[in-house]
Every structure is written in C-alpha cells, then in structure tokens.
Design a binder for this molecule. Structure first.
Ligand SMILES: *Cc1c(COP(=O)(O)O)cnc(C)c1O
Length: 454
C-alpha cells in the first residue's frame, strides 16, 4: 500500500521556530518612522505590542524556543498531517506527485491559530489583559478570539462591515469563543467616526479596521494590538508548518521540487516555505518556491517594491514591501480573499532576491481549481486556498508539457465550510473574471510617491 498520510507523534513536534532573519543573504531594510524617516526602535512599537513580541520582530537568532504553554495548545491539533493528493493527481493526469500540509483541521479551520496562540501567550505573560484586532472575512478574528479565551484575555475584533453583514458565521464563532465583534467603521474610535461622518454608509475596509483596532488598543490601559499576518514574528510562528513538513518528507524519503502557498499578507506561504528557503540559501537544494495571489490584488506580480504604510490611517511604520498603495481596495467583484494591499517584508525581500517567485491567478480559475479539488479529494478548500490549488494545476500542466516528473508540496491553508456563499456565487455564474487595470497601478504609485525609497 502506498503512503497517503504521514503523521508525526506528539513527541515529534518541532520545539523551535525557524527565524530566517538569521540567514538572509542580504540585509532587509528596516521599518521607518513616518515622521522622522529613521528606523523605528522598540520604544516606537511599545504602545501597540508587548516587548517580548517586539524582540522577536527584530531578532536575528536562528532558532527560537516554542514555550511549553504554546506547545500544549498546538498539540490540540498539531502536528498536522502531510497528505498525498492521489485522487487529484489522477484527475490532472500529469507526471506529478502532490503532497499537502493539512492546516484546515485546526479549531478555527486555518493556519491562523499557529500565531494567534503564541501572540495571546506572549501578551498574557507581559501582563496585557485585552487584545484588539481587525478582521476581513473573519478568519483571523475567530482564531485570535479562541486563543485569547485559552489564555484568559479579553478580545475585541473590528470586522469590516460588509463582511460582518454578509458573513455572520465567523462573527458567531468569535462570540462562542467569548470575544466582542464590532462592525467597522464604528463610532467607538475617532478613525471610525471620521469615516462615518463623511460616508455614513461606508462598507468598511481592512485598512479602516486596522486603524480602529490600533486606536482602540493604544487608548485603553492594559490593552495591546495584534496582527495576524505581515509582521516578522507572525512569519516566525508559522514556520512550524514547514518544519513539520520537512520531518514528514524525510520519513518517506521524498524531496519536493516545488513548494507552493497562497499569499495574502504572506504568513501561510512563509510558514511552509521558509525552512525550504533556508536550504536554498545554504546551497542544499534547488527547490523552486512559488507564491500564488489573485489578479485582482496582484501585490507581488505587479506592485512596486517600496516603503508604504500597513494601514489606511497611516498609523503603522513605513514597511519595505511590495505594495499596491495603502489606499488600495480590491474591486467588490473579487470573492476569493487575499485582499491585503501589501506583502510581508520577509516575503517581499525574498522575492526581490529571486529566492522566491510569484504568480497571479484569475478568480474563475481559482474557484474552478477548488471545485476540482472538492470533487476529487472531498475537502472543500477556503477561497484563499483555491489560489494555491490553481497554481498546483498550472505547475502540473507545465510538468506535462516539459515531460518532467515533479514532486509538489503545498500548504492547504484552510477549509471553506464558512465560505460556501462564494462557491454558490461561482456555481451560479455570478463571478466574473477580473484583472486589476493599469490605471489602478498608476494610482497605487501615486499613493506612495514622496515616501522614502528602499
Ligand atoms: C488568512 C488566510 C490566508 C491569507 O493570509 P496569509 O497571511 O497570506 O497566509 C490564506 N488562507 C486562509 C485559509 C486564510 O484564513
């Protein structure tokens, strides 16, 4: 019998996260203070993050111990299985072996608890009592709600209003886990009140919600802010995925030729790929590493590498990253998530150094790939995950054309059981192909003109 699932015992779970900042072949640019143009120091970040996470953000130590309290919670569902997608392979009829890391079986249904749990833990031991955050479709908000509940912290989630109204189920999950979920823009913050004064019917955006969450955190004692992607410490926590995958692949004596993930803010992609990037940097492998993004939010494939804000209200430091401009909002027709205007500085740096490549996929192709997956492997992927599945289909087609055998490893970032409305829209012909127009790129460039250049 062929191996379909590679499992690790609880005792085999990795005990350390991998910090790629120790191995970067060229130095990353620092985040800048927008007022002074100088690199931000720990004291600049202290109002919004606890010092232990600020230290991780800047750390160049290669291996960082995972605290026992965090491992305890990880073990509820980790190590996650490494699976072979034999039915999907048959459907594709190409010379590829496809392995995937199943991150959809966490309690919140995605990879996001991998960082929500350590973030709640580090805030707890720093004496923080409440966390504020933002969420788009609700995946991050629900993961952080669960983690805060596990460590006895209060949690307030600002959820983009249109999602709050159209996607009630993740809000309900947050409530079950004891968090408060508020539609954004709200009148709880000045940032929200300003938007409402001008646009009372504003549907909200991720940028506005981030501004509200940061303001809420800094204006309450014992409260901090938490971000579910983009930052270095988030990428660090997610490396548990790739480290487990390497142990599992070693068990069956297989090496991937291609490692893939979908890229929104970059965290699940970084999570599976950074340990493999390390092997490339040290000349131990030639593995190809590919991130998949939507053509309607093509940050890595069409955005410039530049300094930009992480949020609309310009409350974050300037981050060196591929960006579509901090005021970019994807067209409403886009249904597949991955809507963030920027990309993690770590992932951006690796793309710039040609250690990692990116490809963009149309939404009809991503949903088609997701439905093919569901009809062969059974599990219904999150619309975000459909992007990497489309990239796998594309890679299989290339392998067939080249007549080359390939082993593909990808990150199955989450399930789509709470996103069925998007599948319904696809299956009933309501989704249209969409590509970001060139004028939008010009607008993105205007939004960052005058900022320091990396
Ligand atoms: C949030 C999310 C993503 C995108 O975020 P990244 O930080 O790029 O990983 C992808 N897949 C799923 C299932 C998600 O919940």
């Amino acid at each position: 019998m062929e191996t379909i699932k590679v499992l690790l015992e609880d005792q085999e779970i990795p005990r350390q996260w991998y910090n790629i900042q120790a191995d970067m072949p060229t130095p990353m640019r620092p985040p800048l203070h927008p007022a002074t143009g100088k690199p931000v120091g720990p004291e600049d970040l202290a109002p919004i993050f606890p010092m232990n996470l600020i230290e991780q953000e800047a750390s160049t130590q290669r291996w960082i111990d995972i605290p026992e309290e965090v491992l305890d919670k990880y073990l509820i569902w980790r190590p996650t299985p490494l699976c072979r997608a034999r039915n999907f392979e048959k459907l594709l009829d190409a010379p590829v072996k496809i392995y995937y890391k199943m991150e959809g079986n966490s309690p919140a249904g995605s990879h996001k608890p991998n960082t929500a749990i350590p973030q709640a833990y580090y805030n707890k031991i720093a004496g923080v009592k409440h966390l504020s955050t933002e969420t788009g479709a609700g995946q991050w908000g629900s993961a952080l709600s669960m983690a805060c509940q596990m460590f006895g912290l209060g949690c307030r989630v600002f959820m983009v209003k249109v999602s709050y109204e159209q996607k009630p189920y993740r809000r309900m999950m947050m409530n079950v886990w004891g968090a408060e979920c508020i539609p954004s823009p709200s009148n709880l913050t000045e940032a929200g009140r300003n938007v409402l004064a001008e646009h009372p019917d504003s549907p909200g955006s991720l940028g506005i919600a981030i501004s509200e969450a940061i303001e809420d955190a800094v204006s309450h004692p014992h409260a901090k802010y938490s971000l579910g992607s983009v930052l270095n410490h988030v990428m660090l926590h997610q490396t548990i995925i790739g480290l487990e995958a390497q142990k599992q692949m070693a068990k069956i004596g297989v090496c991937p030729d291609v490692v893939m993930g979908c890229a929104g803010g970059g965290s699940n992609f970084a999570g599976i790929s950074l340990p493999y990037v390390r092997d490339r940097i040290h000349g131990k492998s030639e593995v190809k590493i590919v991130g998949a993004e939507p053509t309607s939010c093509p940050t890595l494939t069409r955005g410039p590498f530049a300094y930009d804000f992480g949020d609309l209200a310009k409350m974050t430091p300037l981050l060196p990253m591929y960006t579509l401009g901090h005021d970019y909002v994807p067209a409403p027709i886009h249904a597949g998530g991955l809507r963030y205007h920027g990309m993690a500085p770590i992932v951006s740096h690796l793309v710039k150094e040609n250690l990692v490549e990116a490809r963009a996929y149309h939404q009809l192709d991503t949903f088609e790939a997701g439905v093919m997956w569901a009809r062969s492997e059974g599990f219904i992927p999150a619309p975000e995950t459909d992007h990497v599945i489309a990239a796998v289909v594309d890679e299989a087609r290339r392998a067939k054309e080249e007549g080359k055998e390939k082993v593909i490893l990808f990150n199955w970032s989450g399930h789509g059981m709470v996103d069925l409305a998007s599948y319904d829209a696809y299956l009933t012909g309501k989704l249209l192909p969409y590509e970001m127009p060139d004028e939008e790129i010009a607008r993105a460039l205007r939004a960052i003109s005058g900022f320091p250049k990396p």
